[in-house]
Design a protein around this ligand. Structure first.
Ligand code: IPD
Ligand code: CA
Ligand code: CA
Length: 266
């Protein structure tokens, strides 16, 4: 692995410190608040966020920060901006289901420059820097080589407004599950993308995600040789409504399946 840049170095430090908080919190009684009917936040989300922001703000006092708990999305177009999910997979976390992570990305001039995803339970740290490849605990990552949808293991997720909105991914899920080898739903979009970069999944799609859910995963997948677009095959903006990420080989096939489902039936 090449010498990491300063941003990556401190993103790793922040993610590892936050990881300790998440592991400790698993042993405690959590304080849970509801942001929506099924959308919860715990005291540990906030503690993890505080820890990450303290480390990064001290090192980069002139940068902007968008962190999930109290995010200011107007900062998205800032020249130097960090996108932070202090606990991705909060529902899993609150149930003690050990599938969650910390996701931290750095973007400069609208281009993702560095990303870190840390799974503290497995002690797996995924990282990437622009044009320098993606790594898992220092070992170079490559996406899978599966080239048939029929043989592909896919992963997806469902938005928190699944009960209120018709556009809730159930239409796409029903369609795509019949075309793939299998489809999983694990509850942490960032970790889903990290697994894709590691070749454990062949493709991922989801609707209504936020920049902090996908930014680190997007650069890690691309640097591992994968493809990340919107559902039309165009560039995925960080404020993406739709994200399709694959090993590249099944991208067109998945785009074509998505396009066969009318948008109002997604
Ligand atoms: C959620 C997870 C989940 C995805 C949701 C996200 P959170 O993030 O990534 O997999 O389906 O849409 O909001 O709330 O656990 O940080
Ligand atoms: Ca999230
Ligand atoms: Ca979160």
């Amino acid at each position: 692995m090449l010498d990491p840049g300063r941003e990556l170095k401190f993103a790793v430090k922040a993610a590892k410190e936050a990881g300790k908080i998440l592991l400790n919190g698993l042993e405690q009684k959590l304080q849970i608040e509801y942001k929506g009917v099924i959308d919860l936040v715990t005291d540990i989300d906030r503690e993890s966020q505080g820890c990450i922001l303290t480390i990064l703000k001290e090192e980069f006092p002139n940068h902007k920060f968008i962190a999930e708990e109290g995010a200011d999305l107007d900062l998205l177009n800032s020249e130097k901006v960090w996108l932070i999910d202090p606990l991705d997979g909060t529902t899993n976390y609150a149930h003690g289901y050990r599938c969650f992570c910390i996701s931290i990305a750095y973007s400069e001039g609208g281009i993702l420059k560095a990303g870190v995803i840390y799974d503290p339970c497995a002690d797996e740290l995924y990282s990437a820097e622009k044009d320098k490849g993606a790594y898992l605990n220092g070992r170079k990552l490559n996406v899978s080589r599966t080239d048939e949808l029929n043989r592909s293991l896919l992963i997806t997720g469902f938005p928190y407004d699944i009960r209120e909105s018709q556009v809730n991914n159930l239409g796409l899920f029903n369609h795509i599950i019949m075309k793939a080898q299998a489809v999983r739903r694990d509850g942490s979009a960032a970790l889903d993308l990290a697994y894709l970069a590691a070749g454990r999944f062949d493709g991922f799609w989801e609707l209504k995600l936020h920049p902090w859910d996908i930014a680190a995963g997007a650069i890690i997948v691309e640097e591992a040789g994968g493809t990340v677009t919107n559902f039309s095959g165009g560039r995925m903006g960080l404020d993406a409504f739709e994200v399709l990420a694959t090993n590249g080989r099944i991208h067109d096939a998945l785009l074509s399946e998505i396009s066969s489902v009318p948008r109002d039936k997604w």
